[in-house]
Design a protein around this ligand. Sequence first.
Ligand code: SF4
Length: 218
Amino acid sequence: MFGFVNYTFNFIKGLCLHACLYCFMLALDHRFNNVGALRLDEEELRVNLGSDNFIFVGSSTDMWATNVPSEWIVRVLDRCDEFDNRYLFQSKDPARFLEFIDHPVMSKSVLSTTIETNRWYPDVMNKAPHPNDRANAMAAVAAHGVTTMVTVEPAMAFDHDELVAMIRACNPTQVNIGRNTNRQVQLPEPTRAEVQTLIAELKTFTNVVVKDNASAWK
Ligand code: SF4
């Protein structure tokens, strides 16, 4: 999902509470019925995570969703902290980061949220928190001095000024821009010109990475 991470681990697995319409895991489950219930994977927790890696923890389900027990999250953070790595944690419910903000692993992590747009699309975002709530929570996370990032993927039709304000509030060191890759789902997308204007403005205060799946928007 991100070119700058060199490993992905999913200590917590299973169907995600948020059920975003475009979710690739949801699509897999619809097709093969093989994602299963939410669970902590004890075997994965025993894997040696090595050193000097940048690891994306939790790419297949949102391990910070409100239905994930706090004890599970602590087990994951404790395990990560045993190794000398950097970690990327990404959530659509970043308010949950605040519950664990004093855990020692947070100081060697990047905390990220997805903000596909400033608008609320209930049929797409389903049980995920409103983008406004995500931005407000990320502002609080950033106020703790933790490194933050924002992912605008899959980018959906937006209002320029409102979206820029939301992203700026997160104080991100980087913004990733990507496009919907789930061909079963049609999303209201911005135009190329709108994305280019957005990128130009974001670049005035942060680093912007346009993912390969959005190269047509460059
Ligand atoms: S938050 Fe992520 S993992 Fe959860 S349903 Fe949405 S896209 Fe899928």
